[in-house]
Design a protein around this ligand. Structure first.
Ligand code: RIB
Length: 315
């Protein structure tokens, strides 16, 4: 049984579909409005739970109705919510999301209670770390909290997976504690203080070397339609992307991270094979609208992978 601890953000997503993403100063008449559960941390926790892992989510919500909705949603997914705090006089994290007809999106997050998650909250959750396999982190809560979680994870022999989103420069105090980092090109550019153009022009070899220079032992660089690179000191492998009709790419990266963590926690030893499973999770998520509503179950991923390997198409 895969046991995963996620320390990270919980948001409610307010989503509007739009023919195109607005330019600065532009008003666009959009389409359907949707309220969905989101937040990178919560998406990764729910994604891992739907894939069959036993998940503890360490987070903070506000003392508002959104916070109560979040807790109820995670409990429905059989996630251990005992270490989710409710912060008084604070709003639950909210994300305003625009989704264009081609599936691309823009996201603005009002962090709210996510920024009240402290190293003490992590310390209180220590019993959940004992006996777990993997800690999953992202960057929507205070950095010192993520650092405390990564250190605690290593004291309990967990592997630490960091999805470095949203993009930012990171201190060695965090990078030194990470076993597997999963940047996309933009995040890699930000962390390495390179231009987006320089990273876009890099060969696979350069991408792999650059990501490993960050410090973690392994790196998975996600390249959108170009697939992903699984890199460790022994070399790198390009794992092709699955071709799907994208409806909304929101949470595709979170679903990928959840898939990667679950595959590794289940004992997958080849990073490239774990990345293939993760890619299937991300691809399926992009075919549906919304963050948590779009995260696939283990059965859906298995069916998708079987259809891909026999060459039959699946929607
Ligand atoms: O990765 C997608 C998520 O980013 C959304 O669910 C939104 O809440 C933001 O955290």
């Amino acid at each position: 049984m895969a046991r995963i601890v996620v320390v990270g953000s919980a948001n409610v997503d307010l989503v509007i579909q739009t023919p195109h993403l607005p330019q600065p100063g532009e008003t666009v008449l959009g389409g359907q409005f949707l309220t969905a559960m989101g937040g990178k941390g919560a998406n990764q926790a729910v994604g891992a739970a739907r894939l069959g892992a036993t998940v503890t989510f360490v987070a903070r919500v506000g003392d508002d109705s959104f916070g109560q909705q979040c807790l109820a949603a995670y409990q429905k997914e059989h996630i251990d919510t005992q270490y989710i705090g409710v912060t008084p006089d604070t709003a639950t994290g909210i994300a305003l999301i625009a989704v264009a007809a081609d599936g691309e999106n823009t996201i603005i997050v009002a962090s709210g209670a996510n920024m009240a998650l402290t190293p003490s909250d992590v310390a209180a959750a220590e019993p959940a770390f004992a006996g777990a396999d993997i800690l999953v982190l992202q960057l929507e809560v205070p950095l010192e909290t993520s650092i405390a979680a990564a250190r605690l994870a290593h004291r309990h022999d967990l592997r630490v997976v960091l999805n470095p989103a949203p993009a930012q420069q990171l201190p060695d105090a965090l990078l030194d504690e990470v076993d597997i980092i999963t940047p996309n090109r933009i995040e890699l550019a930000q962390m390495m203080r390179l231009s987006a153009e320089d990273v876009q022009a890099m060969s696979d070899d350069d991408l792999a070397r650059t990501a490993l220079r960050l410090g973690p032992r392994s790196a998975v660089i996600t390249l959108g339609a170009d697939g992903a690179l699984a890199a460790d000191p022994g070399g790198w492998t390009r794992v092709p992307a699955f071709k799907v009709d994208a409806v909304d790419t929101t949470a595709a990266g979170d679903s990928f991270t959840a898939g990667l963590a679950v595959a590794l926690a289940r004992g997958e030893t080849r990073l490239a094979d774990a990345v293939r499973f993760a890619s299937a999770c991300g691809a399926l998520t992009a075919t549906r609208l919304g963050a948590q509503p779009s995260l696939p179950t283990a059965a859906e991923v298995d069916r998708f992978l079987r259809a891909e390997s026999t060459g039959s198409s699946m929607k």
